[in-house]
Design a protein around this ligand. Structure first.
Ligand code: PMV
Length: 334
């Protein structure tokens, strides 16, 4: 234990170019395959964790209001894990500020649990290295393992013979990326999703006849994506990213009962992305557990592509560039 009782951390969302979809272990949040993402420089989450010796329960607020029961339950479960690992059983007060709409497939759980992992680890004196923080963040929400890092990150799935699967399952920064990339986030719907990614993942793995094919394909996509990023070949990276995302959504549509995150509006944006491509622009779409479409493109064309997508569809678009690693606020320890 250190004697710091308060810590504040900020983390940014990440968008996977090769998706994490499907777990081999629900409790430990171990994915079936590796995934690869870009951390954004927009929509940060800032979280303050204060240990409260003697308090009877944890308190959780989001944007100044008490968190929903479901959100508070996830945070308390996460804090229980932190308490288990520290020599301290104090309850805590957790205050989170999001600038990303929560639950709309814009990776608020990634930035949220990365910020919470960092702040809670500091407040409870866990002394974790970046891989340890990534493992901890993963337990809150799988994709949060990657938001611990800035730029591009690779999250390792443990192999079938890993002696300690938990230890083998962490993200790390991807070295050697030679593309200048941006993601244009087209904001269609900022409401919470109807089916959580946790439930959708479980249902897809259990019932979609397409899932085994997608899993085999995503492992190849990962290898080819790495090679393309290292070769500075954004066009190949973009094609792989779009194909990988559409494949993931095909597994969702073929689950029983189906999960449909993409709306008519998402498809309108997808058509515009294809139209821009036909007209010679380098841009490729990716979508997560929600209707919003993110468009990968060369950094120096991002503003123009965002304007053209907004003009064509009427939806607002935000340009995101590779963002920073999760960080503690200096001097916030009390
Ligand atoms: O971290 P979770 O459990 O919300 O899973 C999110 C998975 C996707 O965002 C759909 C894909 C990914 O790799 O981020």
């Amino acid at each position: 234990m250190t004697d710091a009782s308060t810590a504040v951390a900020t983390a940014h969302p990440n968008i996977a170019l090769v998706k994490y979809w499907g777990k081999q272990d629900e409790e430990l949040v171990l994915p079936l395959a590796d995934s690869l993402s870009m951390t954004l420089d927009v929509f940060p989450t800032t979280t303050c964790v204060t240990r409260c010796p003697g308090a009877p329960a944890d308190t959780v607020t989001m944007d100044g209001r008490p968190a929903s029961q479901e959100a508070a339950r996830r945070v308390v479960r996460f804090l229980d894990l932190v308490r288990q690992r520290s020599a301290c059983d104090d309850r805590a007060s957790v205050a989170t500020r999001n600038t990303v709409p929560v639950g709309a497939g814009l990776a608020s759980s990634a930035s949220g649990f990365a910020a919470l992992a960092l702040a809670a680890a500091a407040a409870y004196g866990l002394g974790l290295d970046p891989a340890g923080l990534s493992r901890l963040a993963r337990r809150g929400s799988g994709s949060a393992a990657r938001s611990v890092f800035g730029g591009f990150a690779l999250w390792h799935a443990p192999g079938p013979h890993a002696p300690d699967p938990d230890a083998a399952c962490y993200a790390e920064p991807l070295a050697g990326v030679r593309v200048d990339a941006a993601l244009v986030v087209v904001l269609l719907d900022t409401g919470p999703k109807s089916v959580s990614s946790r439930e959708a993942m479980r249902r897809t793995v259990a019932t979609s006849p397409l899932f085994p094919a997608w899993l085999a394909a995503t492992r190849l996509d990962l290898r080819h994506m790495r090679a393309a990023l290292e070769a500075g070949d954004l066009a190949t990276a973009g094609e792989i990213a779009e194909h990988n995302a559409l494949g993931m959504h095909a597994t969702l549509e073929s689950a029983d009962p189906p999960v449909r995150y993409l709306t008519e509006q998402s498809h309108r944006v997808l058509e515009q992305v294809r139209a821009l491509r036909t007209a010679g622009a380098g841009c490729w779409a990716t979508m997560d557990a929600g209707p919003n479409v993110k468009v990968l493109c060369p950094g120096d064309q991002a503003t123009r592509i965002a304007e053209r997508l907004t003009t064509a569809t009427g939806f607002p678009a935000v340009v995101a560039r590779p963002g920073p690693a999760a960080a503690l606020h200096p001097g916030a320890e009390a």
